[in-house]
Design a protein around this ligand. Sequence first.
Ligand code: ADP
Ligand code: MG
Length: 450
Amino acid sequence: MDLLSRELTDIWERCLTLIRPSVNEQAFHTWFRPIRPKSIHDATVVLQVPNRFFLDYVDQHYRTILLAALSQVLGRPAQISYEILRPDAAPTTVSLPTPPPPNGIDAETQLSLRFTFDNFVEGSNNQFARAASLAVAQSPGQTAFNPLVIYGGVGLGKTHLLQAIGNYIRAHGNRHRVLYVSSERFTLDFISAIQNNRSSEFSARYRSVDVLLLDDIQFFANKERTQEEFFHTFNALYHRGKQIVLTSDRPPAELKGVEERLISRFNSGLVADIQPPDYETRLAILTKKAEENGIDLDPAIYDFIAANVTSNIRDLEGCLIRLLAYSSLTGQDITLRMAKEILRDIIRPKQRRLSIELIQSVVAEYYGLPDDLLRARTRKQEVAHARQVAMYMAKKLTNAPLKTIGLHFGGRDHTTVIHAIQTIQSALQDNEGLRCDLQNIERRIEIATL
Ligand code: ADP
Ligand code: MG
């Protein structure tokens, strides 16, 4: 490697180090690792990307980040131009203008423009929080929802809603001064203000807004000075009728290490939760995201993802991005089988192979017994019955020889297995309840192995 290309690689590596913490790991591997720095002229860096689709995606979603990182490393405003690497074809160079990108961060409000109410999918899990957010966005400071506190688990849309409020207010021509800030950022700003004797500037900045959107207040836990400062900020805004919206990963009452007087203020307006989305909402979100990204997949694939990724919307998106990247890089259409393969490490299949152990655990669960009792020596009536049912099912559903079945039940003899099967068969003649139990058990085994 010559000196120049080593230097270039070095510059690029430093950019990647800057970029890495600000995107998720998967996006980083999908969209940044494949980029190769080609050349640099003045402050224009030529980046090689695999194909046109990749270029569009990266440019649309990550140009701000790329430019910021390159500019920082180069020490002056950078420009980017791309070169598409197509096998068997001469590289095409595409220069793109560098005005602020559509989904960049607004300097004044710190809002990211891509989070809106329009692209927030409503479901029963978030309906209340969404409605409250919209009400606040339509009349900031004028509703009883002050402060509005949105709480819920990771990746469920709290930041999205918070930013949607800000973007809505901005878009509807109100002259409100909106400020979005994470609690980390608030804390860091505060520390740095104290260290640099600029506390009053700090206070003035945060107290002069009309709408304060503060994300992840759980971060204030055990930070007493920051809490103290925020308490005064809160009061100053509140008494002047300014809107405050907060998010938290748990209900205010459960915020440990946060002063009581703050918690009582958090509880004084409206507290709205976001729950994990149900299946229909997950499917709707996936379909919407796919549509936004211009992807059109076999519906069975959305179904597969929605059925398996249940607790975090960020992960739902992650699956789509990975499929998208895969199809763009390989130029192949994605089948359900491929999707399963590509998402293998995100979606750990719950599916299990049909085995005698599986039958035992389904049967034991059905009768409310621990599985190991079926293999134990006990002759208690209800255990003996469940064990006979499990033996019967093992015979019916697997090809295992009687001897093997016996061994799986604590080393019992094959005659015991025959006896169990006959007992169940004859009971089935006139026992409707048992017939129904067996049907249910068989269905559960089938579902477990789907
Ligand atoms: P949180 O702040 O609760 O951890 P985010 O607001 O960052 O979660 O949401 C994670 C990702 O999921 C974001 O990309 C967001 O746009 C998306 N998301 C969450 N909820 C929804 C929804 N109801 N409709 C559309 N996208 C959503
Ligand atoms: Mg968040």
